[in-house]
Unconditional design. Structure first.
Length: 138
């Protein structure tokens, strides 16, 4: 898990957005993002890209939690409710896995537990172990 922690910390964009990983287990992850001014769009609500990035970060953590490099091949997101402030939480759950592909559902909620968005993603699972990647390029 130490290598996975280092792998997660290398996500400079997630760090820039203030995304914090709260929990990680095989096929699952939880994260939070406190909404700041730089997350807002010109209408004063959280930018869809910021919400997408929170979901994508927790998707990456959950899909790489098995220790094998997993890269997104398809994602989609549906937005349900606009948010202006507070904290957003994302939770990823693995719904299908085989040696080459895995699919995840990520729910994004606000502090009150309201559904903000739903993200679905599928990854291609490479043969490369995260530890090997870490030792060669990270």
């Amino acid at each position: 898990m130490e290598v996975l922690t280092k792998f997660i910390q290398k996500d400079a964009f997630a760090q820039h957005l203030g995304i914090e990983i709260l929990e990680v287990s095989e096929g699952r992850a939880k994260a939070r993002m406190e909404i700041k001014e730089h997350h807002l769009n010109s209408a004063g609500t959280v930018h869809g890209g910021a919400i997408f990035s929170l979901a994508d970060a927790v998707f990456a953590v959950a899909s790489n939690s098995h220790g094998t490099v997993a890269l997104a091949i398809n994602v989609s997101i549906s937005y349900f409710k606009a948010v202006k402030s507070g904290v957003l939480y994302a939770e990823a759950e693995e719904v299908s896995i085989n040696p080459k592909l895995a699919t995840y559902l990520i729910t994004i909620k606000d502090e009150q537990g309201n559904n903000i968005a739903l993200f679905q993603g599928t990854v291609y699972r490479k043969n490369t172990k995260i530890e090997e990647l870490f030792n060669t390029i990270l």
